[in-house]
Write a protein that binds this ligand. Structure first.
Ligand SMILES: NC(=O)c1ccc[n+]([C@@H]2O[C@H](COP(=O)([O-])OP(=O)(O)OC[C@H]3O[C@@H](n4cnc5c(N)ncnc54)[C@H](O)[C@@H]3O)[C@@H](O)[C@H]2O)c1
Ligand SMILES: N[C@H](CO)Cc1c[nH]c[nH+]1
Ligand SMILES: [Zn+2]
Length: 444
């Protein structure tokens, strides 16, 4: 047991520096990881599979051989025998909801509008060619993350979807992760995690194919490697250590708030979890309840939660009024935001920045993490200010399409020539004027 106590901050007592420190996440402090991943990445670039085998031994304590990097058919079959059928049913339930949610997101393949007679402009959406889904395995296993990344990619139509994940010390992939991959229609799974896994899909190795993009959550090693390799592979939006802000006006029980504070704080000491409220007495009530719920958790997880909630990356924030509470929430731009209040819809207009907003106690954070439908891979580290949750759009690209008829060309050529001459582009101007003359000629 530990004597750590939950941090309680009075927002109005904080100076600018202290407030800014609360908004900072582990992910924003990547410098030590950024340096350490450089030799790992370089080694994978130069030595490929041989480096992956060595790093699996060093960082995952897994003695795998070159021929064991790619998961074999027999390993999928063995995994299915090992996983409880009830859990397989749950994975199928989650997959159904995730697939359904993302199918509804799909844009029209080709959407054109006539802006002038004879002028069609619009967008064509096509899928990207290949993607690697990173599935973590350091402080737990994440079959749910397979579904939350691979299914949107599959729905988007990506033809090559692979999974990379660290091997366990026995050299195997977590069995439920393999079952989830099969449910998602992914047959290529590779045993490589951390920075070395990201380098493998960026450069390609003898066994691991190069991919156009890598998505999925991961430890700071993964996040730092993605940043480092962003000119070689599209690293997607950041998905670092889990984050949660709970807001409550006191209209639900303090127990409910305390229980949900334990949710994302149990991921690891690098997670960030805050409870924001305007009531000091409610804050103290929630803080006093936390030890009761830590006792109901395994010591390792309880210790992560205590560390987060009693440190500087978590705790309870007491605001003087609702407007300063929501100002903090919007500045923070949390990955997950839970409104634990009776009438949650009333607060929705106050929130501009969050990866997801869970309205009311039944739209529970744990339900959203696993089975609701929207992907649990959401922007972390404050990126929710400018980026969106993982969706089919991460696996598709938009191409502008335009078609101008001969008759419509005359008007457009006239205006294009004006701008071309103003900007000093004679080649541009000549090309439209010559073509316009030809079009005029054709009309006369
Ligand atoms: N944002 C999301 O959607 C989401 C979802 C699930 C999990 N998460 C987060 O993902 C993270 C998962 O992290 P994790 O650690 O459990 O798994 P991980 O697979 O991301 O990291 C483990 C790997 O890191 C590498 N590593 C560990 N120590 C190292 C060292 N000293 N030097 C070099 N490499 C080293 C190893 O390769 C190891 O396999 C957690 O922070 C969790 O909060 C986020
Ligand atoms: N909290 C993670 C996303 O931030 C999702 C997850 C998976 N398993 C447990 N939690
Ligand atoms: Zn979680």
């Amino acid at each position: 047991m530990s004597d750590k106590t939950v941090s309680i901050y009075n927002l109005s007592d904080l100076d600018e520096g202290q407030r800014a420190a609360l908004l900072r996440r582990t992910e924003n402090e990547l410098s030590q990881f950024s340096e350490l991943v450089v030799p790992i990445i370089e080694d994978v670039r130069v030595r490929g599979d041989a480096a992956l085998v060595e790093f699996a031994r060093k960082f995952d304590r897994a003695a795998i051989s070159l021929s064991q990097i790619a998961v074999k058919r027999e390993e999928f079959d063995a995994a299915k025998r090992l996983v409880d059928p009830a859990l397989i049913e749950t994975l199928q339930f989650a997959a159904h909801n995730i697939r359904h949610f993302h199918e509804r997101q799909l844009p029209e393949g080709l959407a054109l509008h006539e802006t002038h007679p004879g002028v069609l402009v619009g967008d064509r959406w096509t899928s990207i060619d290949s993607v690697a889904c990173y599935v973590p395995r350091g402080k737990g296993s994440f079959p749910s993350s397979v579904l939350m990344t691979a299914l949107p990619a599959k729905v988007a139509g990506v033809s090559e979807v692979i999974v990379i994940t660290p091997p366990g010390p026995d050299g195997t992939v977590d069995p439920a992760t393999l079952v989830a991959a099969e449910i998602a229609g992914v047959s290529k799974v590779f045993k490589c995690g951390g920075a070395q896994g990201i380098a493998a899909v960026a450069y390609g190795t003898e066994t691991v194919p190069h991919c156009e993009k890598v998505v999925g959550p991961g430890s700071p090693w993964v996040v730092a490697a993605k940043k480092q390799l962003s000119s070689i592979i599209d690293p997607g939006s950041p998905a670092g250590p889990s984050e949660l802000i709970i807001f409550s006006d006191g209209s639900v029980s303090a127990d409910l708030v305390a229980l949900d504070l334990c949710v994302e704080s149990e991921h690891g000491p690098d997670s960030s979890v805050f409870f924001v409220t305007t009531s000091r007495s409610f804050a103290e009530e929630v803080a006093a309840l936390l030890p009761k719920y830590w006792q109901k958790m395994p010591e390792g997880r309880a210790d992560f939660s205590r560390t987060v909630l009693s440190g500087t990356k978590g705790g309870i924030v007491v605001a003087d009024d609702l407007s300063s509470a929501f100002a903090f929430i919007n500045d923070y731009a949390a990955e997950h935001l839970a409104l634990l209040v009776e009438n949650a819809w009333q607060y929705l207009p106050q929130i501009r920045n969050a990866g997801e907003i869970l309205l009311g106690p039944y739209s529970a954070i744990a339900v959203a993490n696993f089975v609701l439908g929207p992907s649990h891979v959401l922007p972390t580290g404050g990126a929710a200010k400018t980026t969106s949750p993982l969706s089919v759009f991460d696996f598709m690209k938009r191409t502008s399409i335009a078609s101008v008829s001969k008759n419509a060309y005359v008007l457009f050529a006239h205006h294009a020539e004006s701008l071309a001459r103003y900007e000093g582009f004679a080649g541009h101007a000549n090309s439209v004027s010559a073509m316009r003359d030809e079009a005029y000629g054709a009309r006369e």
